[in-house]
Write a protein that binds this ligand. Structure first.
Ligand code: PEP
Ligand code: MG
Length: 583
């Protein structure tokens, strides 16, 4: 099976049967006044489940015919059960008549139907009876997951060396994975620069996402090979394939060891130009990897991890402690902390349970109340985080980064709040560094990129986020497998925006870096150097490869390459010039 390679490495192991996980539903009675609200929740979950299944069904076309023949009837059966079926009618009735929550109604109705199937006369197909009961339960589980917004998977039973193969993995789920236990990941959904992909790269777990038809095609215990370089997944390989994959694992390990030797060498081009290579950090578990990778600081600390997988918001003290420990761990190398970037695919339950944001709807969350927009509206949330960063900034060089900026008013407002918080802390006797941390902005919307000259007068530095910049410029969801082939950071429109923003910063002699996934791709480094960029932040595991790329190029050659690329309007030709291969 073929998908999108998102995190390099080759893994061989048994499939973890997370789909068999039992879900615990707390039984809940409701008041008659809540019937309407519970029914509405139930209908929304039915709709969402239906959408998910239709999507799975539509993507089966990419599978070999015999696999399609096996899987399509199963998905059709699920779809039927989610239509005007006994399950749906029964659950609705339970909410209204027995006054139970939507979860309880789904659970009870599913179990009642499964029990009725099992109680039917055995006939000559007891296995078929069990299968039908399991299918009903599977639909019930999908509905419950969608109702409770719980992760699709529970990883507590993950055996050592297992491969997680499932339909979908949310970024918040990926944050719970233990890279020491998990050998590899393969999922049906997902794109190359979505946050799940970013997390998996950060953890260094070989992964292939967007593998159409994978979920229904694998069973717990199947042996699979996940090739995060080629983007392939082989289910139950032949002994020859297995031997070949084992050789590839050894070769990959040796190449990694060679790269590790670069750790202490400077990131300098052949004509002696220094380049700054820093790491992105999404979860504290990555800190040791950053030290090992030879990165010179953290160019992007995505603070979302502090708000994920928890009930309630982190307090100022709690945040201060976390930031301080990261800053101290970097031993004098700078740390750029991005304030909370909620929104889009990064829906954070804690904000919803606290009532800070409305439940994320399906309708355009990427264009809604996200990033700096949310923080400027929820100033308590913003001020708490800024205070924590300021208090921690004693521990070493720190910078503050604002996400999703689109206009200068946002930067001015944020700076006012930042300075007010600093004054308040000083009044209270807090010892802050004499010069406050620099306040920079992400350039990750076309609006920001095209206003870069004006924004350069307001901000202290730019961090170009090519992931969202590509998504918003091309109107292509970065985490969506169906349009993954259209997601192209080398599209001339994206490159022109990167160039415009970079030149605006350089004119002002203002620091500018790239911290999107582009920065971690060694093949793109010559182009970015040629555009004038000298600072990159990437997932830690990419630092050695990028350093190798930096150490093998001459800036004049890079400038010539960038000129040729920027003259092109055909993305395929750009691909050829940069990657050395036509698309
Ligand atoms: C980006 O959008 O390029 C970026 C670095 O931010 P994130 O990936 O966290 O959205
Ligand atoms: Mg972004």
């Amino acid at each position: 099976m073929v998908g999108i390679p998102v995190s390099p490495g080759i893994a061989i192991g048994p499939v973890f049967g997370a789909s068999e996980q039992q879900m615990v539903v707390v039984r809940q009675k409701i008041h008659a006044a809540d019937i309407e609200a519970q029914t509405a929740r139930f209908e929304a979950a039915v709709l969402q489940s239906r959408k998910q299944l239709m999507k799975l069904r539509a993507r089966l076309g990419n599978l070999p015919e015999d696999s399609q023949a096996e899987i399509a009837p199963l998905i059709d059966a699920y779809l039927q059960m989610i239509g005007p079926s006994r399950l749906i009618r029964g659950a609705r009735k339970r909410i209204a008549e027995r006054l139970v929550s939507a979860e309880t109604a789904v659970w009870d109705e599913t179990e009642a139907i499964a029990a009725a199937i099992m109680a039917m006369p055995a006939g000559d197909d007891p296995a078929g009876r069990k299968r039908r009961a399991d299918e009903v339960r599977e639909v019930g589980r999908r509905l419950t997951r969608n109702l409770t917004q719980t992760p699709f998977r529970s990883f507590s039973g993950l055996p050592q060396g297992a491969i997680l193969a499932c339909e979908n993995l949310r970024p918040a789920d990926a944050a719970l994975l233990d890279p020491a236990r998990l050998a590899g990941v393969a999922t049906d959904e997902g794109g190359s620069d979505g946050h799940t992909a970013i997390m998996l790269r950060a953890l260094g777990v070989p992964s292939v996402l967007g593998v159409a038809g994978l979920g229904p095609a694998v069973r717990p215990g199947d042996t699979v090979i996940v090739d995060g370089v080629a983007g392939t997944v082989i289910v139950n390989p032949t002994p020859e394939r297995l031997a070949e994959a084992r050789r590839a694992v050894t070769a990959f390990g040796k190449a990694q060891q060679k790269l590790a030797l670069l750790r202490r060498l400077p990131a300098v081009t052949t004509d002696r130009k220094m380049v700054d290579l820093q790491a992105n950090l999404e979860i504290p578990a990555e800190l040791p990897l950053i030290a090992k990778a030879g990165a010179a600081g953290i160019g992007l600390l995505r603070s979302e991890f502090l708000f994920m997988n928890r009930e309630g918001l982190p307090t100022e003290d709690e945040q201060t402690e976390t930031y301080r420990s990261v800053i101290e761990a970097m031993g004098g190398d700078p740390v750029t902390i991005r304030v909370l970037d909620w929104g889009g695919e990064k829906d954070i339950e804690a904000l919803q349970t606290e009532g800070i944001v409305p439940e994320v709807g399906d309708d355009n969350p990427a264009l809604g109340l996200r990033g700096i927009r949310l923080l400027l509206r929820e100033t308590d949330l913003f001020e708490t985080q800024l205070a924590a960063i300021l208090r921690a900034s004693n521990a070493g060089p720190t910078r503050v980064l604002l996400p999703m900026v689109t206009n200068i008013a946002e930067v001015r407002q944020a700076r006012e709040i930042f300075e007010r918080v600093a004054r308040r802390l000083r009044r209270k006797g807090e010892r802050l560094p004499e010069r406050l941390p620099a306040l920079g902005i992400m350039i990750e919307t076309p609006g920001a990129a095209l206003s870069a000259d004006a924004l350069a007068l307001e901000a202290d530095f730019f961090a170009i986020g090519t992931n969202d910049l590509t998504m918003y410029t091309l109107a292509v969801d970065r985490g969506e497998s169906d349009v993954a082939d259209l997601y192209d950071p080398l599209h001339p429109a994206v490159l022109r925006l990167v160039q415009f923003a970079t030149e605006a910063a350089l004119r002002m002699r203002m620091p500018v870096s790239v911290c999107g996934e582009m920065a971690g791709n060694p093949k793109l480094i010559p182009l970015l150097l040629g555009l004038g960029l000298r600072s990159f932040s990437m997932n830690a595991s990419a630092v050695p490869r990028v350093k190798q790329a930096v150490r093998s190029v001459d800036i004049d050659d890079c400038v010539r390459l960038a000129r040729r690329v920027m003259e092109q309007s055909d993305p395929a030709r750009i691909q050829e010039l940069v990657m050395g291969t036509p698309t």
